[in-house]
Design a protein around this ligand. Structure first.
Ligand code: EPU
Length: 300
């Protein structure tokens, strides 16, 4: 362990030891990271990975439940060059660590649109690609031209969108690949209409989702032809609590942290919602949120 810290410092990185993940994620939940570093570029990321320790790449933690026991090995935040964006030939090249909101603001200033599916989605570009983020305004995959990956063997490769086989909230990345940047199609056409659609969508979310309390958005994917929120509500679970966590009274596919929720509290509600919906309606809900860290067994 002290060797790992020294090896990270030898790469010129500031190492935070035992950093609580709760400080980083949207749920405000999660135990300590053994070592957390902000990495400035792909070459350094490749060197960090070559150290051989387990790695968690943390975006904004807006769709991630980290265990109360925390994360072993190295937790990486993508900084520096990973937050840049450049527009050229109808594409914006965006680093994986760039928050979606920042990219949308930059494009708006430049009079460009095309990325409506990211409106109101709070994570980073890397996270959005990995899980094909989207809303009722579409999915980001519709706008992806190509993606740069750091592969398990240390090679950096730019691949076409088609090779990622995007599906609902899913992309098929090669094993252990890390998304490092993406090229997304932008346009100066139809910008006003898009802006109006985004404003309407954000107002809808504000009215229907508990945005003032920490959460990770939708907990479950929508099953084909139905809605997870509708099913959890119909199962009578709106408002159900476990410790500091609660199935939102406003939107039943949200679990909110009322102040002192633990990952275990959230897990018990996720299981309860999934099992009750299965029993009552014979529908299997699949979690949309990802999990990370040390768990005694599979959390869901
Ligand atoms: N509904 C209920 N009870 C509830 C919640 C919803 O009956 O407690 C009903 C609504 O009345 C509506 C239907 O379920 O008829 C769908 O609900 P909603 O319009 O709120 O959308 P959603 O399918 O629950 C999706 C995305 C959200 C996104 C919204 C709006 C998924 C899993 N979720 O939610 O994305 O903000 O549309 O575009 O696709 C996220 O992915 O984290 C997320 C928040």
């Amino acid at each position: 362990m002290p060797e790992l810290r020294q090896a990270l410092e030898a790469l010129g990185l500031a190492v935070r030891v035992g950093e609580p993940i709760a400080r980083h994620g949207f749920w405000r939940i999660g135990g300590p990271a053994d070592f957390l570093v902000e990495v400035p570029d792909t070459a350094t990321l490749a060197r960090v990975r070559a150290l051989g320790a387990p790695i968690l790449v943390l975006g904004k933690g807006s769709n991630l439940l980290v265990s109360d026991a925390g994360v072993r090995g190295i937790t990486v935040v993508l900084g520096g060059a990973f937050r840049s964006s450049v527009v050229e030939n109808g594409l914006v090249e965006a680093g994986a660590g760039l928050p979606n909101t920042v990219l949308l603001q930059r494009l708006q200033k430049a009079g460009l649109g095309g990325l409506a599916p990211l409106a109101g989605v709070p994570g980073t570009i890397g996270g959005a690609i990995r899980m094909n983020a989207g809303t009722r305004l579409g999915e980001i995959s519709e706008r992806v031209h190509s993606v740069e990956l750091l592969l398990a063997d240390g090679r950096v490769e730019r691949v076409d969108a088609a090779s990622l086989h995007f599906a609902y909230r899913r992309a098929l990345l090669p094993a252990h690949a890390i998304v490092t940047r993406a090229w997304l199609r932008v346009s100066d056409e139809g910008v006003d209409a898009e802006r109006a659609a985004i404003a309407e969508h954000l107002a809808y979310r504000k009215a229907t989702q508990p945005l003032e309390l920490p959460s990770c958005g939708s907990v479950f994917k929508n099953p084909p032809g139905d809605s997870a929120g509708r099913l959890v509500e119909a199962a009578g679970l709106k408002g159900t609590g476990s410790g500091g966590a609660q199935i939102s009274e406003l939107h039943a596919n949200f679990i909110v942290n009322r102040g002192d929720a633990t990952a275990a509290d959230v897990v018990s509600l996720v299981r309860r919602a999934r099992d009750t919906v299965q029993e009552r309606f014979a529908v299997t809900l699949e979690p949309e949120v990802h999990t990370a860290g040390d768990w005694p067994g599979p959390p869901f």
